[in-house]
Design a protein around this ligand. Structure first.
Ligand code: HEC
Length: 285
């Protein structure tokens, strides 16, 4: 049986959302709870940053939903703003189609296309049990997930249960979002030796973008998180010359190197590992 609260959160979503006014970006930060905004947005010079305050985000249309075990044991109520509503409220330049979220503390990154937003309804967490990030971590949680968390719930978007790399769409410690055109930002993965790929390598590229790119940069060092500190070429060399190591590392890094910091990805099938290898080695080892 479904949890009874599913009914409650469905109801709260039926409350018509206020039409959101365009958000104005502040030129300077005001607190550690600001969200930095960069990329293709009006009012932010190329390469520059504007700031949204927590109160700016809290004034957008929000919903309250119940999540189970997300931050602390049991059920918690979280106040959220859908990423698609944040997008609508931002002065986004035409042609933009992707939001990149990054975490300043560890260089982790997550990518959300407009398609992903429509299908899986990712949201930004503004409050946990009525408390904003200035009161985080909530009792029972040792690690501070703030200033922002993006997450996804299968109760809001049932399709989310079937999305392979959802753990990488739930970053904690988000400090910045970038409004981007995927054709520009992901160009290194679609041009040169990566312009025409085998069907397997194409599937591997999807996995790369939604998973590995959270911590690994692309071959030109243009797109992806910085958390791994390992150049693409190192991964390509492993995939080409020591496939067993590559596969074991992706599945469970700590089983190979006990001190490894990379997260395990036990859910990949042999076929998916082959697809990743086909993609990573497409430029030559
Ligand atoms: C959460 C961050 C993170 C993600 C996501 C991630 N990695 Fe890593 N990866 C790391 C870090 C950090 C290292 C450096 C070694 C270590 O501490 O594990 C690394 C190293 C590696 C290495 C080299 C191991 C060595 O001995 O030098 C390979 C191969 C690798 N990653 C493949 C992948 C692939 C393929 C994916 C996508 C399925 C992926 N990684 C996703 C963080 C990540």
């Amino acid at each position: 049986m479904k949890h009874p609260w599913v009914v409650l959160c469905t109801l709260s979503l039926l409350v018509p959302a206020r039409r959101s006014a365009a958000l104005g970006l502040h030129p300077t930060p005001s607190s550690p709870y600001d969200l930095a905004v960069s990329g293709n947005v009006a009012g932010v010079p190329a390469g520059g940053i504007g700031y949204l305050r927590w109160s700016d985000l809290r004034a957008l249309p929000t919903s309250q939903i119940k999540l189970d075990g997300e931050f602390v044991k049991g059920t918690q109520t979280v106040t959220i703003v859908f990423l698609s509503d944040l997008w609508k409220a931002l002065p986004v330049a035409p042609g933009s189609d992707t939001l990149l979220a990054t975490c300043a503390s560890d260089g982790y990154a997550a990518i959300y296309t407009l398609d992903f937003m429509a299908r899986y309804r990712p949201f930004v967490v503004l409050e946990i049990n009525g408390q904003g990030p200035d009161k985080w971590p909530p009792p029972g949680l040792a690690y501070n997930p703030g200033p922002y968390v993006i997450s996804v719930s299968a109760d809001l978007a049932p399709a989310a249960a079937g999305f392979r790399d959802m753990p990488h769409k739930k970053p904690w410690g988000v400090t910045q979002v970038e409004v981007a055109r995927s054709a520009d930002r992901l160009s290194a993965l679609y041009s040169g030796k990566w312009a025409s790929l085998s069907p397997d390598a194409e599937k591997g590229r999807e996995i790369w973008i939604n998973s590995c790119a959270s911590c690994h940069k692309d071959p030109e060092g243009k797109f992806g998180g910085t958390k791994s500190g390992k150049p693409f070429q190192v991964l390509a060399a492993y995939a080409a010359y020591d496939r067993a190591y590559f596969e074991r590392y992706v599945h469970n890094p700590q089983a190979v190197v006990p001190t490894a910091k990379m997260e395990p990805h036990p859910w990949y099938t042999d076929a998916e590992l082959r697809q990743l290898e086909a993609f990573v080695t497409a430029g030559g080892p």
